[in-house]
Design a protein around this ligand. Structure first.
Ligand SMILES: NC(=O)c1ccc[n+]([C@@H]2O[C@H](COP(=O)([O-])OP(=O)(O)OC[C@H]3O[C@@H](n4cnc5c(N)ncnc54)[C@H](OP(=O)(O)O)[C@@H]3O)[C@@H](O)[C@H]2O)c1
Length: 417
């Protein structure tokens, strides 16, 4: 028997418009395969201005009063696509308490308040799904929540921010400066007028927090993650990286070391043979390391109206199927585990770029018993090298030694295949 599912959408921006288009395009197929018919009952807009034409084209009923949605008992699923954490949080809580299922793409909100919102959803016996909040169109959260349930995840590495990946690709491939790459990203619609959230690493950190919650059942705070942005990356770093066989990427990573997690978002040197080295421009890529599977890679568009809307639509469908099959309400959920601790003994290779170098670096490093993977010193003034397998303490000690004979311009960790 055919079942009608009524949804309401908060916001009519980029992703919401993509959702309206994708849902219309897929309506018949969804009906044939699931016997479900979806209707968008209402759409919340801040102002009707500029939205009337779109509403007419898709026969949408607009409202500027959110309570017309939240207090409407006929609406089954509320889709939050306004972004931000204030109104979005307040309205999602009200929707959940009114026993409406909620779908959102809001990474800032889910990273910071996901646990609180999930427990309200559980109390109300409704679902809160947020697949689109991490890596746009890549179905990574459902995969973590379902396919890895019987496996033990030991690490995650991800290129999770399309803006910075686009900029770093442009810098590496076209020799653009940081400023020029940012302008190009803004002109192409990949960077906002205020790019801080992306270039400072916060956006990737929020996404990493969500991945960690599902993969390790741990609730990280931003302070638990070492976060470094990409502003310090120069053309010189790119030149040396290429010479030494690497690419510079903003990598979000978490490693499980015994019972502790080490989490960071930082620009790193990724070897050209690393699987994530193929992730260029605005694309995203995620590597999951687990005991039973080994390494699995997920690749796809990390943003954009249609890919992101498709993840939102998949969440809506999953909820609707559970509703009609009267299945127990699933959550993207976690259990409580101890706080994350930064592990002191994380071992990594490190790239150093030095200027005003007063010594023959190869000799100097040999005397300090530092093993190097590659070293480039064309004259005594400037040099770059990769030091092998240093703990954080050993790296700090090496920095002190190098400061006596040179000026350190850059230090990045190096990720081999
Ligand atoms: N764009 C992507 O590729 C992408 C990818 C993954 C996740 N996301 C997430 O998806 C969400 C939506 O992103 P978006 O790119 O679609 O943003 P957007 O284009 O800025 O759309 C947001 C819409 O919400 C409206 N809005 C904001 N506050 C409102 C309020 N209080 N009342 C009514 N309407 C309000 C805005 O209206 P005004 O224009 O009038 O302010 C705007 O039309 C965000 O959480 C974002 O992080 C986006």
């Amino acid at each position: 028997m055919e079942k009608q599912v009524k949804i309401a959408v908060l916001g009519l921006g980029v992703v919401a418009s993509g959702l309206v288009e994708n849902l219309n395009a897929a309506k018949e197929k969804i009906k044939q395969q699931t016997n479900l018919t979806f209707s968008i009952a209402k759409v919340l807009v801040r102002s009707r201005e500029n939205k009337e034409e779109q509403a007419k084209k898709h026969q949408l009923t607009l409202t500027t009063d959110v309570n017309e949605i939240l207090d409407d008992p006929t609406i089954d699923i509320v889709v939050e696509l306004i972004g931000g954490t204030d109104a979005a949080k307040k309205w999602i809580i009200k929707a959940l308490k009114q026993k409406k299922h909620v779908v959102t793409a809001n990474k800032d909100l889910i990273a910071q308040f996901g646990n609180e919102l999930t427990s309200i959803a559980k109390q109300s016996n409704v679902s809160l799904f947020y697949e689109a909040s991490v890596a746009g169109g890549i179905p990574i959260l459902h995969t973590l929540n379902n396919s890895f349930i019987a496996d033990e995840i030991t690490g995650i590495k991800g290129i999770l921010n399309g803006t910075t990946n686009f900029m770093l690709t442009q810098m590496a491939e076209l020799g653009l400066s940081y400023d020029k790459a940012l302008q190009t990203a803004q002109a192409a619609g990949f960077a906002e007028a205020n790019p801080t959230n992306d270039v400072d690493g916060w956006d990737a950190a929020y996404k990493l927090m969500i991945l960690v919650r599902l993969a390790f059942a741990k609730d990280l705070a931003l302070k638990d993650i070492k976060i470094v942005g990409i502003q310090s990356i120069t053309q010189k770093d790119n030149d040396y990286a290429q010479k030494l066989g690497y690419q510079i990427k903003l990598l979000a990573q978490v490693k499980k070391i015994e019972e502790h997690l080490y989490a960071e978002v930082a620009p790193v040197l990724l070897s050209n043979t690393h699987p994530l080295a193929v992730v260029k421009n605005e694309m995203n890529g995620i590597l999951i390391e687990s005991k039973a599977m080994g390494t699995s890679m997920f690749y796809g568009p990390g943003a954009g109206a249609s890919p992101t809307a498709q993840s939102v639509l998949a969440d809506i469908l999953a909820i609707a199927q559970n509703m009609t099959n009267k299945q127990p309400v699933p959550q993207m959920s976690v259990s409580n585990l101890p706080n994350c601790e930064i592990h002191e003994e994380v071992v990594s290779d490190y790239y150093f770029l030095l200027s005003d170098c007063t010594v023959d670096l190869a000799n100097f490093l040999e005397k300090q018993e530092v093993k190097t993977l590659s070293l480039s010193q064309t004259d005594l003034i400037e040099a770059a090298f990769v030091a092998k397998q240093l703990t954080i303490k050993q790296k700090d000690w090496l920095i002190e030694q190098l400061q006596q004979v040179s000026h350190i311009k850059q230090i990045l960790s190096v990720v081999e295949e």
